[in-house]
Design a protein around this ligand. Structure first.
Ligand code: GRF
Length: 203
């Protein structure tokens, strides 16, 4: 049974999608904890209602990034994670923190990486006039929104789209994509070879 620790900062709808899929599909894994850097993150209530331990590590209480990340790492490691899942966790992470979870930390980013790293991806996609947009699940490396890609989901950009309509279309795909990718990890089907993710097929 693998332990998954999920980090959130807000709504937590991707966390919810992973929790629900793990339960529904009987993964060989359990969500051991949901940890937020915001005490008022909406997703904490869902986790508590599902009997998942929660914790909050507030960045303002630490003098710098390094000490915050060290405290966060201590909290995460109490739950002996095999996998750390970043689900709308809005923090830039330090290199030692990322190195500690190398090969066992995933992120979902709402764009078809390498296009549009960083914030405001839906706005950037509309401004660029791209015909397609989407989401990417990738292993986390020290460079923001880079790292070996596990899977992507694509959606069309439609005439009349606003940031909100496009975000909603992408989010619906995220809720399928992230559980799919996390499941591949917990089933030991992912490996990283020369910087690329390989997905083992079922025998
Ligand atoms: C998602 O769009 C995710 O891709 C991005 O932040 C958003 C988080 O939403 N990193 P939620 O908290 O999972 O509902």
């Amino acid at each position: 049974m693998k332990n998954i620790v999920i980090l959130i900062s807000g709504r937590g709808s991707n966390m919810e999608a992973v929790v629900r899929a793990a339960q529904r599909e009987g993964w060989p894994a359990r969500v051991a904890a949901v940890i937020s850097n915001k005490p008022d993150a909406k997703g904490l209530a869902f986790a508590e209602a599902h009997g998942i331990p929660t914790a909050v590590v507030v960045s303002k209480e630490y003098p710098d990034r390094a000490s915050f990340d060290a405290a966060l790492q201590r909290e995460i490691d109490r739950f002996a994670p095999d996998l750390v899942v970043l689900a709308g966790f809005m923090r830039i992470l330090t290199a030692p923190f990322v190195a500690h979870y190398a090969g066992r930390m995933l992120n979902i980013h709402p764009s078809l990486l390498p296009a549009f790293p960083g914030l405001d991806t839906h706005k950037k996609a509309l401004e660029a006039g791209v015909p397609e947009h989407g989401a990417t699940v990738h292993f986390v490396t020290a460079e923001l929104d880079h790292g070996p890609m596990v899977a992507q989901a694509r959606v069309p950009v439609l005439p009349g789209d606003t940031e909100d309509t496009l975000a909603a279309r992408v989010l619906a795909e995220e809720h399928k994509l992230y559980p799919y990718a996390v499941r591949l990890f917990v089933e030991d089907r992912l490996s990283i070879e020369q910087g690329d993710v390989r997905i083992a097929q079922f025998a």
